[in-house]
Design a binder for this molecule. Structure first.
Ligand code: SF4
Length: 375
């Protein structure tokens, strides 16, 4: 079993807070999918005959491209790997691209899970985030998607300029009224070199402080939990059976193969684990899609240990203390002291000889991981 990821790197324009690899030049779609077909042939032997657990079309904005391109790529993969009714096929979409006709078209080509970049149900906040859709578009498209797809996910952002707790609470309430099967909650972060980062540094824009953002995050968990959404990863909440199979597989360190510029892959062959990534340039990708991989590494013992720690914490997967002792940087006694300190802060709990993040600890997962890593 393996998962596949396809990076479709096109957006109408770059949102001021976004640092993903993408281009805003229209007119490259056809050449991109021709290149993707070439890359797919070049990697076919890596997945030949295998069952595909999940396919994720991410970006960028995959809803910008015609569903016929998605259809053609899925048919190509079906020629050498097994895509079945059980395969989760997710496509990331923005509300401004969706209509009843486009939703029907996406469904007809096999997409069975839609992940909609709602971000907010407030026009004021959408404007602050410089998103092009309106709150009414977001409400309408989520409702229309729910009528058609067995699983719909929405992304919400908290911590936009001028946002107060009441506005965030209203976003959560609207989401709960619509009741998508999956909700992702992200705190707006300042990524270096983005327009927002420059504007904040120049004092042109001001975001809510860390305390307010943390209060927003803390508000989400009980509200969504009280409505039967399970908090299964730091930023992700799902109704029973509706977690993202693709994302969960990557957090569980299961293999996945990426296609398209800047896509990452993780493959396991017996004891050997390899990570590799494609070139972050559309021009170079189009020129040589079969040679798109520009970074490859075989993980060392220490890297494997660190990934296991970091990723297990994110999904509250128990980490055996015995396992931590083998890889921890400063030896047994120091680890005991570290664990006691983290317990006192209320960030972890110990259960049957294993470490788990507490719900309060979700906010501090990076700090907890830093204490437990190998170096
Ligand atoms: S639409 Fe999404 S991927 Fe595109 S620029 Fe905005 S945040 Fe980034």
């Amino acid at each position: 079993m393996i998962c596949l990821y396809v990076h479709i790197p096109f957006c109408r324009e770059r949102c001021p807070y976004c640092d993903f690899f993408l281009v805003t030049k229209p007119g490259f779609t056809e050449r991109f999918f021709e290149a993707l077909a070439v890359e797919t042939v070049s990697k076919a032997s890596l997945i030949e005959g295998q069952a595909i657990k999940a396919i994720h079309f991410g970006g960028g904005t995959p809803s910008l491209v015609s569903p016929s391109f998605i259809d053609a790529w899925l048919s190509q993969v079906s020629g050498f790997a097994r895509i079945s009714a059980e395969t989760e096929i997710t496509l990331e979409a923005n509300p401004e691209d969706l209509s009843p006709a486009s939703l029907d078209a996406l469904k007809s080509v096999g997409v069975n899970r839609l992940s909609i970049g709602v971000q907010s149900f407030s026009d004021r906040k959408l404007q602050a985030l410089r998103r092009v859709h309106l709150a009414a578009d977001a409400r309408r498209t989520v409702a229309e998607a729910l009528e058609r797809f067995p699983s719909v996910s929405i992304d919400l952002i908290c911590g936009a300029e001028g946002e107060a707790l009441a506005e965030w609470e209203s976003d959560l309430r609207t989401a709960l009224d619509l009741r998508p099967q999956h909700i992702s909650v992200y705190m707006l972060t300042l990524e270096e070199k983005t327009r927002l980062w420059r504007d904040v540094r120049k004092g042109l824009r001001d975001l809510p402080g860390e305390e307010t953002q943390a209060a927003m995050y803390r508000m989400a968990a009980p509200m969504l939990g009280g409505a039967r959404y399970r908090h299964y990863e730091i930023s992700n909440f799902a109704l029973e059976g509706h977690h993202s199979r693709y994302n969960l597989a990557s957090w569980m360190r299961e293999p996945y193969l990426g296609f398209g510029p800047a896509a990452h892959s993780f493959l396991v062959d017996g004891d050997i684990e390899t990570r590799f990534s494609n070139v972050s340039s559309l021009t170079r990708y189009l020129a040589d899609p079969a040679g798109a991989v520009d970074f490859r590494e075989t993980l060392t013992e220490a890297q494997r240990f660190d990934e296991q720690v970091f990723l297990s914490l994110r999904i509250r997967k128990p980490l055996a203390v015995g396992f931590l002792r083998k890889g921890h940087k400063l030896g047994h006694q120091h680890l005991d002291a570290v664990l006691s300190g983290l317990q006192e802060k209320g960030w972890i709990e110990l259960e049957s000889g294993a470490v788990l993040l507490t719900k309060a600890g979700f906010l501090f997962a990076d700090l907890v991981a830093a204490e437990l890593l190998s170096e």
